[in-house]
Write a protein that binds this ligand. Sequence first.
Ligand code: IPM
Ligand code: MN
Length: 371
Amino acid sequence: MHRVAVIGGDGIGPEIIREGTKVLDAAGDRFGFSLGWEEFELGADRYLSTGELLTEDDKLELSRFRAIYFGAIGDERVQPGILEKGILLALRFHFDQYINLRPIRLLEGVTTPLAGKKPADIDFVVVRENTEDFYVGMGGRFRGSQKATLEVQRELYSVRFGLDVESDAEEIAYQIGIITREGSRRVIRFACEQAERRRKKLTSVDKANVLSDVYGLWREVFSEVTASYPDITTEFNFVDAVTMWFVKNPEWFDVVVTPNMFGDIITDLGAMIQGGMGLAPGGNINPTGTSMFEPIHGSAPKYKGQGVANPMATVWAGSMLLDHLGEYEAAEGVLKALGQSILDGVVTRDMGGSARTSDVGDYVAALIRRQ
Ligand code: IPM
Ligand code: MN
């Protein structure tokens, strides 16, 4: 038996996770294992009633699991950023889930907005660094009357921008991005291992031509690490250019490795070319600790409880979860059944069908039992 922690979260989160656990249970029956689900009530409701986000107790309890199955968080009643930073990012950071693995793959029968591109053209993975960069939460805002103004800011403020640092009418904000040698090394190494098992091509996406300190270090480490993988072809792309190539020539890519923020941005683009946010899964991985699998979309509060949300990204994330637990056959079986459900037209309305959220889960689960 595998024990798995479940965080449904907000909005459509609980309903898509319900389909995900249904499908994985079917995979367990078919492939001979069972899943012990343990639910955690994290999200807006608890925050609004108790003020708690991710507590020390939550962290301790969750640390006993190798995998967390995560729905979505975000709620209109809570100011943007509170739940995202207080729960989702807090989990990624606390459990040092330094790899964010996001497959970009066009499944057979799915429509891509890229004219003329076929499933064979869109099949790569993005390995997003998940604990550093501009996500570390170091920043601040200052204005004249706040005497905390530092010399360095005074300099920036008055010299670089010619503003009056003593005046309350002006204000400055800053955010710091951190890249470490070890943080880059471990994620780039993981990306190399992925590339070895795939088509052996690895692309670094950065912006070393402008943010040359942080991404200069990143590039240096990329060159050092990839030197030990002589059979992998490597290249550097700037992030602005890569958005162009993802659209024009997605077939060029096999494994893409990138710092946190660019990884966030380019995987939404990736989601669109693979058929939409309803089909984009992700894994937040710590190879020796607690990992977490989730759809990359948000909580879509306006669709909450209507039974129209697409559970496919969550089901696919579930397949990644099984793979992580070593249930390779079952992981493949889930993905295969998901693909068959698409071919059979059992899809929700965002994909042009009329199936409801639970119809998709029922159908995929039934296909797995018949495999
Ligand atoms: C994602 C999301 C998160 C991120 C937000 C909700 C914090 O956009 O998983 O891509 O920026 O990483
Ligand atoms: Mn995102």
